[in-house]
Design a protein around this ligand. Structure first.
Ligand SMILES: C[S@@+](CC[C@H](N)C(=O)[O-])C[C@H]1O[C@@H](n2cnc3c(N)ncnc32)[C@H](O)[C@@H]1O
Length: 478
């Protein structure tokens, strides 16, 4: 794989003091050997053992390391996700441009659509600007925009570039009440207010809770770790005092003026002291055992693709004995396996099983993403806990998102019943779509399919109709 990203890192001669202070605690995410030292040279981190180079991206005062097992590959993945965002933005712009030609649109409607279109154009530039330290964008995006859709779908859709986009407004723009409610909920479980020591936030997102905790309790150091460049650069920019503007597109606009609203984001009291932003996989956080006094996981444990009973030992490993794990958020597990979708009681049982002493847990009602320009918002019964690590447990194996047969392309792909269903579904879809020629009707295609699959004609027409509805829904205007 070409070393696209490494050459794009910013060269700096003086090592960032915050980052240097952390070096001793880092484990190379590539070779994963605790004895392998990472060194800073010309503003990249290099593993002295396996020689992997990890870029460090400069965002104003911040130096943000990119600590993935395969740094180039993960940059390419995020480039693909950026492609996904650009592709969607392009489609939205096209739809809005077409809508301007709709003869039924009133003057008011025309103004609304035109304003949203201009906002989408500017939003593309705003997002590219925020993530510009990564230098992911290139000229080729301008003319390859339609071809991109074929590529971006290869990466997991659940963690796209604009996932949790509205968190940026909640954190740095709307009135502060939701952030205050979250902070209060966390505080009400805190074991030790005075000694947060070295604090790691996994899945820090746009950063507000970590920032509030940092300002109020002054830990020795706060590390904000996330995978999403848009959120983490928004956090880094806001916290160090950069103001930035972003368009908000609420789900349920309150009136014609709130379809696209330019919002100004900034931290109330910027700081830079003892805060590090870091890109890394929180499921394999690249730190030596017992590196932290506090681990904070806001709105994270139910959205990760890992069984919680494997994630808890990982947090245990990161903490010193006596250290505290503070968690807050929901328990809405989306796993396919019901055994992994734990209840509140089971979560507390698991904590005890994996070396924690339960200190405090509670449910508190909070407002969640109630934008002032949207008619839509939620109330959540937030689940928070603070637990103390009382003993070490066996370290979990490195978490791998992909099975061995995908890494090793010579291994057989296991056959699952679901694959057969998927393959016949896709085959039928491909045949139906292939038979659409602008002349044939659902009935005519149904007759072709019935003959090919020896189906009852009614049954085949029903199947073709279902595929046609899906097609219509994914391409129609409304
Ligand atoms: C529901 S959001 C919560 C964000 C933030 N904690 C908040 O409360 O606003 C989940 C966050 O976890 C991050 N995330 C998801 N998987 C992750 C992983 N494997 N490692 C680190 N962060 C991850 C996402 O990028 C996102 O910022």
């Amino acid at each position: 794989m070409s070393a696209l990203p490494i050459s794009q890192t910013v060269e700096k001669t003086d090592a960032n003091a915050n980052l240097s202070a952390l070096l001793e605690s880092l484990v190379c995410p590539s070779c994963n050997k605790p004895a392998a030292k990472l060194s800073i040279a010309k503003y990249r981190l290099t593993c002295e053992l396996c020689k992997t180079k990890f870029p460090v991206f400069e965002n104003g005062q911040d130096s943000v390391p990119w600590l993935y097992a395969d740094p180039d590959q993960s940059l390419i993945e995020w480039k693909a996700r950026l492609n996904g965002f650009l592709h969607l933005n392009h489609l939205e712009q096209r739809r809005l441009s077409d809508a301007l030609k709709d003869k039924h649109t009133s003057k008011t409607g025309h103004e609304r659509i035109n304003r949203t279109l201009q906002a989408k154009i500017e939003n593309k530039a705003q997002i590219l600007e925020l993530i510009s330290p990564l230098k992911l964008e290139s000229k080729s995006f301008e003319f390859a925009v339609d071809a991109m859709s074929a590529f971006y779908s290869k990466t997991p859709k659940v963690q796209g570039l604009s996932s949790y986009y509205n968190n940026i407004f909640r954190d740095w723009c709307w009135d502060n009440s939701e952030n205050e409610q979250l902070l209060e909920a966390v505080e009400s479980t805190l074991l030790d207010h005075q000694h947060l020591g070295r604090m790691l936030t996994i899945g820090a997102g746009a950063g507000r809770l970590s920032y509030d905790m940092h300002r109020k309790y002054v830990p020795d150091m706060s590390i904000l770790l996330d995978i999403n460049p848009l959120l983490l650069f928004a956090s880094s920019s806001a916290i160090q005092g950069k103001k930035f503007s972003l368009y908000e597109f609420p789900i349920a606009p309150l009136n014609k003026d709130s379809f696209a609203v330019l919002q100004n984001c900034q931290a109330p009291n910027p700081t830079h002291e003892n805060i590090i932003h870091m890109f890394a996989d929180g499921l394999n956080a690249p730190f030596k055992a017992q590196s932290f006094n506090t681990v904070l996981t806001p709105w994270l444990i139910d959205i990760i693709p890992q069984n919680l009973c494997d994630f808890i030992p990982r947090i245990n490993q990161l903490l010193k004995i006596g250290g505290q794990w503070i968690n807050t958020g929901s328990l809405v597990f989306f796993h396919k396996d019901p055994a992994w979708c734990y209840s509140e009681e089971e979560v507390l049982e698991l904590l005890e099983k994996y070396g924690f002493e339960s200190i405090a847990s509670n449910r508190k009602t909070i407002q969640y993403l109630n934008s002032p320009i949207s008619a839509h918002g939620r109330t959540e019964e937030l689940f928070s806990f603070c637990v103390k690590k009382v003993k070490d447990v066996a370290s979990p194996p490195k978490y791998d998102y992909l099975p061995a047969w995908i890494h090793d392309v010579t291994q057989p792909i296991p056959g699952y019943h679901e694959h057969n269903i998927e393959s016949s579904k896709h085959l039928l879809q491909a045949q139906v779509i292939g038979a659409i020629d602008g002349n044939r009707s659902i009935e005519q295609i149904g007759l072709l399919i019935a003959k090919q699959y020896s189906l009852q004609v009614d049954e085949a027409i029903h199947a073709v109709r279902r595929i046609a509805i899906d097609l219509h829904e994914s391409t129609a205007k409304q």
